[in-house]
Design a protein around this ligand. Structure first.
Ligand code: LMR
Ligand code: MN
Length: 689
């Protein structure tokens, strides 16, 4: 998929990133459109309340005692691990505990995780591994143990007062002194840190899950670096396996490999030919591979592998020839695999998931949803299938349906990171910040595939900030930057051209807009008067900011240009627009807007970040009150104010925040311009935002 999927991401309807899941479509011809799906704002429901432990008292005591014991036992070794020791604690759940109970409970423990973010997070996060029906593994740090100790009512009781934990056994999760304890390599974040909803990097997860389950509690894999994202270049050390001898001293016969779950008996007679065809596919000889597979399909129409190979080669050829027609054929071919009575379930799943992925790529989102719905019928307990179904609903904007699906996943697979981040995301954009944290936090710290995306860190940080957990928000932003998901802790735009220079505030010279600034400053009164007239006669032109950025007060905007297109409303302020027309890098900026912005006294705009680093934002001061505490704009850690008739330039991909504490309204004209490092070609080809 890598070859064809376009890394560009755009936001369609929004200026800011708040709210919305990015929906991506594309086709082989290189077009790639993404849509923004707004979440409506709802009131913030009651946060989870701590309840006092009642029935759980006995087990609480056991838990605390044990935790303290292990704490003391391993405390000395703590220094070897950046001051923290980890334990694996096997806990039993007492009775019927729902997943959401479990998740709530876990998320109350997690917040202690990320003061230690610089250590490998793999030992935290979604370490809620279902061993059997009633046992869970919990990995905790010393600090967490004491946290549990201090707040046992939280750890022991869910918001519904139903969980009681008791410890079955504890185990130190360390191999050698000095090595940070980590989970298996399989829990590494995706390579580029750019997992999208649509990609299928999780394709082999089933196999890994099995391995995890089998080895759980026995195998301890070392991390290669403190920062898990950095370990991607290092190959895991190969350890020489000792030869196991039987009691009589003979070396046991090598065990036969178990049958490949993807292979059917109808494939067996042609295994050799299948391998030959696969070689062609691997060496990217798509047309030849297709011919070879086609031949096999003709002679062995019931061989699922032959048909699957044909589908794969069709896809490869579609990519090479950039042909949508071949892509359609390939989609049909995957379907034929799945429809064969002889198709093994694992292959059916793989074929249909791949089919849905190709359909998504073509922009056939409803068709992809249908495919995934069919899959979910066949694999109702498969978390990967269900997660994919959830994503399909998100992509067509059916967030409520998506929410149900992710909840189901969590019922079946508590702690599934993918479901957690997506559910948290949905809850966040609906406006329930507090609750969203309960999902986003364990989801993001799980480091599972599909969880290491900027948008999850973005919304988690925002939710934390807005619920007064500012220090934790800062940690999440730093972590996002360390993991390459943000350009820096302040510059959190997600649609970026990497090479562009960046700084919060710019001079006209730096921004290469000296002429524009002169023009705007020369004509500022004309620009102001046209706006004031419109405010009087046509108030409705100034519409409420609808991106959920306002904490308090009133903020309205009147848009003249958007994504490089002139708005009909320009006719209301003709002089202003004719001045603007002389600024092609502004009115033609497909990743920006030109708009009046009016802000009333008592307004506070939450710290927020624009979607892209490709534009710079000019603010022309038109009516700037200086009464009361005045008006202020913070960008990164620099606070400035506006002046009437003067232009202020900043990069709104950096976190910024506004306070209006004057006695009368403030009016400015916002003019976005292309970043000076953006090339002519990029101006033409970057997808609009
Ligand atoms: C922003 O661009 O987010 C704000 O600075 C706009 C405004 O009106 O101050
Ligand atoms: Mn802004």
């Amino acid at each position: 998929m890598q070859g064809t999927s376009d890394a560009r991401q755009t936001m369609e309807s929004q200026d800011e990133l708040h709210g919305g899941v990015v929906r991506q479509r594309g086709n082989v011809m290189g077009k790639n459109i993404q849509e923004q799906n707004n979440g409506s704002n709802e009131t913030t429901p009651e946060p989870n309340k701590e309840l006092s432990p009642t029935s759980s008292k006995g087990s609480s005591v056991v838990l605390i005692l044990l935790l303290l014991m292990v704490g003391i036992t391993w405390g000395i070794a703590a220094t070897a691990y950046f001051g923290v020791v980890d334990y694996k604690v096997l806990v039993a759940r007492s009775s019927s505990i729902s997943t959401s109970d479990m998740t709530s409970c876990m998320s109350l423990i997690y917040p202690t995780n990320y003061p230690f973010v610089r250590r490998p997070l793999k030992t935290f996060g979604s370490l809620l591994i279902d061993i059997d029906e009633s046992l869970y593994n919990l990995f905790i740090a010393k600090e967490q143990a004491s946290y549990i100790d201090k707040r046992r009512s939280v750890a022991m009781v869910t918001p519904y007062n139903r969980i009681t934990f008791s410890i079955k056994e504890t185990e130190k999760v360390v191999t050698e002194r000095g090595e940070p304890p980590v989970m298996s390599q399989d829990n590494q974040p995706s390579k580029e840190g750019e997992t999208t909803n649509e990609n299928m990097k999780t394709a082999d997860k089933d196999e890994r899950d099995n391995t995890l389950k089998q080895t759980e509690g026995k195998v301890k894999v070392k991390d290669t670096a403190q920062d898990p994202t950095k370990s991607k270049n290092s190959t895991p050390k190969k350890t020489k396996k000792p030869t196991t001898k039987t009691t009589d001293g003979t070396v046991p016969k090598k065990k036969k490999n178990p049958p490949d779950p993807l292979t059917s008996e109808k494939d067996i007679p042609i295994l050799k030919q299948l391998r030959e065809a696969e070689k062609l596919l691997k060496s990217k000889q798509a047309a030849k591979a297709k011919a070879a597979y086609q031949k096999l399909v003709s002679s062995n129409p019931e061989s699922p592998m032959a048909r699957f190979g044909k589908a794969e080669s069709l896809f490869q050829q579609a990519e090479q020839e950039r042909s949508n027609k071949l892509l359609q054929e390939c989609i049909q071919a995957y379907n034929e695999v799945a429809e064969l009575a002889t198709c093994p379930p694992a292959l059916k799943k793989k074929a249909l998931l791949t089919k849905a992925e190709r359909q998504t790529f073509l922009g056939h989102l409803r068709a992809a949803l249908l495919t995934k719905t069919q899959l979910a019928r066949d694999f109702p307990n498969d978390e990967k299938v269900l997660n994919q179904l959830g994503v399909a609903y998100l992509m067509i904007g059916q967030n409520d349906k998506a929410k149900q699906v992710f909840e189901t996943v969590l019922d079946i697979h508590p702690g599934d990171g993918f479901a957690l981040v997506h559910l948290g995301f949905i809850i966040k954009i609906k406006g329930d910040w507090m609750k969203s944290i309960e999902y986003l936090l364990p989801g993001v710290t799980s480091l599972e595939e599909g969880t290491q995306e900027g948008k999850f860190y973005f919304h988690l940080g925002d939710a934390l900030y807005r619920t007064n957990r500012t220090k934790e928000a800062d940690e999440i932003y730093k972590l996002g930057a360390e993991r390459g998901l943000f350009r820096s802790k302040f510059q959190r735009s997600l649609y970026n051209v990497e090479r562009l220079q960046s700084r919060p505030f710019w001079t006209p010279q730096q921004a290469k807009v000296v002429d524009y600034v002169k023009k705007l400053e020369k004509n500022w009164k004309t620009i102001r008067d046209e706006a004031l007239k419109m405010m009087d006669v046509k108030k409705g032109l100034f519409v409420n900011e609808d991106e959920n950025l306002r904490n308090t007060g009133e903020w309205r905007q009147f848009t003249l240009y958007q994504r490089g297109k002139k708005d009909a409303a320009c006719s209301r302020v003709p002089k202003t627009c004719s001045i603007l027309e002389q600024m092609p890098n502004a009115v033609g900026c497909t990743r920006g807007q030109v708009k009046y912005s009016i802000m009333m006294p008592g307004t506070h705009i939450w710290p927020h970040t624009g979607p892209t680093n490709c534009r710079l934002r000019m603010h022309l001061g038109l009516v700037i009150p200086t009464t009361g505490d005045g008006v202020r704009l913070r960008c990164a850690d620099d606070i400035r104010t506006w002046e009437e008739g003067k232009v202020l330039i900043f990069d709104d991909s950096f976190e910024h925040e506004v306070w209006q504490q004057a006695d009368t309204f403030r009016l400015i004209l916002i003019v976005d311009v292309w970043h000076p490092d953006i090339t002519k070609r990029e101006k033409r080809t970057l997808t609009p935002i």
